[in-house]
Design a protein around this ligand. Structure first.
Ligand code: UDP
Ligand code: MN
Length: 620
């Protein structure tokens, strides 16, 4: 029994060993299977965009992947759908004040506050406070944007928002919508750069609000009011993201705004990208498009202007298209390229001219600039600028002078011809700026104006053709003059006793074939061309149409593009257009005209066709 017991226990031991081995093998196999399943799961999760990995060490991966290059290079060419469809669905169901970007109004009990906040902001701050920070916006992108995919591997972003005495809810809506409508892992930080604001709530209250509610955002403070250029530079200096995105402090980022801004930079770090800037109405906060896109430009007084999108680019919509000049407030640039260009010229003071400086630098020094139609950001265009000049004199003139001296070569003369006093302003030391131009072997301005902004001189000639006439416009008797001031109906021109000192009686028959006030670009306009339609004053649109007038020196008539002529009522002194009749003395006008210029009328192209590859409706 003892032996049999021993044998039995030996057998049992053997069995146990075999069993244990089997079990271990099984466990190893299960581990292997479990591990594989886990890995597959992780892979699936990783490739699903809507799941955010809070601290997926994107930065670390990034550093490894890009350690050989000092700027972002995407690791693959794979493209994905970056839309946050859950959020889009949720937003489409929102209702309430200002939701879906609809115009909103305050109740009369809020009117006093409305007035007060209007005057300090230049927009309806009281209404803004009633609208949710994450209100829904209409998706007004080109229909092709809804299905566009972008690179899966995109650079990280530092958003920089300079502000001076910005209103509370508009400032926060700027930061909030950036985060809310962006893939979280792409936003590294948001800097609100306080340009020495004096409003109390922009101090500790703002710091602690951000800490608790938007931890990725923090305030950087500039202690003496220095302007938006210095403030943007202060933000850029602290930024660590691959791409810097500058925004104004009263903006709202719209659906999927970020990937279209980043992809062109990921593909070429010397490409700078601007979003389409939509209009948030300063009074109702309605969200609407400005237009369906345009190329940025300027006139020779340095007013910002827009040129039409080229036909080849129109066909390619919503593909990004090249634009000569940025509007200035909203754009994305790789951090590396920004600093290669020396950032902004730190000698630019307060506000103005920086959009030209950076645009010229980008193009002339080896970069390019595009507008991305699928990226849309709303901006409140103020009714008026509420901030006083901080006592720095003509800082805009000084800034323009710096930009012209460093970047515009012989073309600066066209600016000075229109603003001779700029030549008396000391631009300060320009050595460092000129050194950047030499170091980067930047191209001449002539290259920029002939290759990139090639249609700018056609619409805004450096040397303008002579006007067809100017001065007072008198009735045939010579007693009454056309007058731009009608106290009852503001926009209507009328007839008043002639007064040679009255600026509002001075007009220019400009080479644009319009008749404008000599003091401001307001033009005679006939919105409805039927008999006895009044003549109103509208901003000049430089394109003929219902602002096109021709003086006929033989009959002394002003003939409008509609085929009617300027006429008046001798009793009421009202002005209107009427069927042309050269016998009627009420249609005869005296004006100092330039015969040589009038003789060349037909040769002067105001509506740009011919040499440019445009459809002819572009300037109407
Ligand atoms: N800004 C600033 N300091 C200034 C003037 C403006 O920081 O001295 C900020 C302002 O708060 C805004 C941006 O710069 O975020 C652009 O100014 P603003 O919106 O007044 O210009 P606009 O859009 O009307 O051209
Ligand atoms: Mn602004």
């Amino acid at each position: 029994m003892g032996v049999s017991v021993q044998v039995a226990s030996f057998k049992a031991q053997q069995t146990m060993i075999v069993l244990r081995r089997q079990l271990l093998r099984l466990l190893r196999l299960r581990n292997l299977i479990a591990c594989t399943v886990l890995l597959i799961l992780l892979y699936i999760l990783r490739t699903r965009q809507e799941l955010d990995f809070p601290k997926l060490q994107y930065g670390q991966e990034h550093a490894l992947a890009h350690s050989k290059s000092d700027h972002f290079v995407p690791r693959s060419t794979k493209k994905i759908d970056w839309h946050d469809h859950v959020l889009i669905q949720h937003e489409s169901e929102r209702v309430g004040i200002g939701e879906q970007g609809k115009p909103a109004f305050l109740l009369s009990k809020d009117k006093a506050l409305e007035e007060e906040l209007y005057s300090v902001n230049g927009f309806n701050g009281a209404l803004s406070d009633k609208i949710a920070l994450n209100r829904s916006l209409p998706d007004i992108r080109h229909r092709g944007c809804k299905h566009r995919k972008y690179l899966e591997d995109l650079p990280t972003v530092s958003v920089i928002v300079p502000f001076h005495n910005e209103h509370w809810s508009t400032l926060l809506r700027t930061a909030f919508t950036v985060l809310y409508r962006s893939p979280k892992k792409l936003i590294k930080e948001i800097f609100l750069v306080d340009d020495a604001s004096t409003k109390d709530f922009l101090k500790e209250k703002l710091d602690s609000y951000l800490e608790q509610n938007i931890p990725k955002a923090r305030v950087i403070r500039v202690h003496n009011r220095s302007g938006l250029i210095t403030a943007r530079l202060a933000g850029a200096k602290e930024a660590t993201g691959d791409v810097l995105i500058f925004l104004d402090s009263h903006t709202e980022a719209n659906v999927n705004w970020l990937p279209p801004l980043l992809e062109p930079i990921a593909l070429n770090y010397r490409t700078v990208v601007c979003p389409f800037i939509d209009v948030i109405a300063y009074d109702t906060f309605e969200y609407r498009p400005q237009d369906e896109g345009a190329r940025g430009a300027f006139d020779w007084e340095f007013f910002y202007k827009r040129l039409p999108v080229l036909p080849k680019d129109k066909k390619n919509m919503p593909e990004p298209f090249e634009s000569p000049v940025m509007a200035g407030g909203l754009f994305a640039i790789s951090r590396k390229f920004f600093w290669e260009l020396g950032g902004y010229d730190p000698g630019l003071d307060i506000w103005g001219g920086e959009q030209y400086e950076l645009s010229f630098k980008i193009w002339q020094c080896g970069g390019r600039m595009v507008d991305a139609p699928c990226s849309r950001v709303g901006h409140i265009y103020r009714k008026f600028a509420p901030f006083p000049n901080p006592g720095h004199g003509d800082f805009v003139g000084k800034n323009y002078r710096r930009v012209a001296e460093v970047w515009m070569d012989e073309y600066s003369q066209y600016l000075y011809k229109r603003r001779p006093h700029y030549l008396k302003i000391d631009p300060g030391d320009l050595t460092a700026q000129k050194a950047i131009r030499t170091k980067l072997k930047c191209k001449p301005f002539k290259w920029f104006i002939t290759q990139i902004a090639f249609d700018l001189p056609v619409k805004y000639p450096m040397i303008e053709p002579e006007p067809f006439g100017s001065g007072q416009i008198k009735t045939s008797s010579g007693n009454r003059c056309v007058d731009a001031k009608d106290t009852q109906k503001k926009d209507k021109i009328t007839l008043s006793p002639c007064d040679s000192n009255a600026g509002r009686q001075k007009f220019i028959l400009s080479w644009h074939k319009d008749i404008r006030m000599s003091s401001q670009p307001m033009c005679w306009d006939v919105p409805e061309s039927k008999p006895r339609s009044p003549v109103l004053l509208y901003s000049c649109h430089l394109g003929g149409g219902n602002q096109l007038w021709r003086y006929l020196p033989d009959t002394k008539q002003f003939r409008h593009s509609s085929g009617t002529c300027l006429d008046h009522d001798e009793q009421t002194f009202e002005l209107f257009v009427n069927r042309c009749d050269s016998q009627r003395s009420t249609q005869q006008w005296q004006v100092a005209y330039n015969k040589q210029a009038l003789d060349k009328w037909d040769d002067i192209q105001t509506v740009v066709t011919g040499p440019l590859p445009y459809e002819d409706d572009i300037y109407t």
